[in-house]
Write a protein that binds this ligand. Sequence first.
Ligand code: OAD
Length: 241
Amino acid sequence: MIEKVAKQILESKYMTALTGAGISAESGIPTFRGEDGLWKKFKAEELATPSAFRENPELVWEWYKWRMEIVFNAKPNLAHNAFAELEKMGILKMLITQNVDDLHEKAGSKKVLHLHGSLRILRCTACKKRFEIDKPPIEKLPKCECGALLRPGVVWFGEEIPSEILREAIKHASMSDLMIVVGTSAVVQPAASLPLIVKKNKGLIIEINPEETPLTNIADISLRLKAGEAMDKLVKLIQEL
Ligand code: OAD
């Protein structure tokens, strides 16, 4: 099966990828859903919504600083490296990720669209100024130069993906004749609809996930493997062909 996928990738003209938290699981970053998922231990509505931040910014900041610590110390795994290699080989045209970690960039990927923002960015709640960080802020409540509260540069539940990012993602999905979907439960919209655009245009959908997802039904091939193992094998096969 994996050999077939390698051939399909080589034959594709415009390959894109959609990644989710599962691709970073082997780097030690917890996923959101499933047995050890963050949403089993924490309530999203108390931590990842605009109203949570209005009501208890200290608690929200505490949680994000904990996640920043994990993410900033994490290293890319074989799957992130494989995608960077596919981009270098000129095969992968755009990588669309729901992840707020920077492991794709750390692996060397350049063409990355972050649908849900990034933990590397802080944004002012008043003047909208953006700051790039490489370690968690030390203050309990980090403030902007203008005096207003800073917030993590991520998209919370109830917020929309910035329109220019979503437009780009839809554009690349529309151009794709093959999309590889790795490590996402495919339940959060609009990200989960991007593969449907590819399907509608008669493109191929390849899923890599140890578990079945709502996407499995429409995927042309589902590899029930971990991201690192599958992606590393795929790149090696492509290099041999
Ligand atoms: P989820 O946590 O919902 O799903 C992770 C998926 O990864 C599951 O389908 C797992 O089976 C799979 N998985 C686990 N380990 C894996 C491995 N080693 N290799 C491959 N797959 C593996 O994560 P997302 O789908 O990314 O939103 O979640 C989507 C969004 O929901 C996130 O971006 C976040 C969250 O709430 C926001 O923060 C706005």
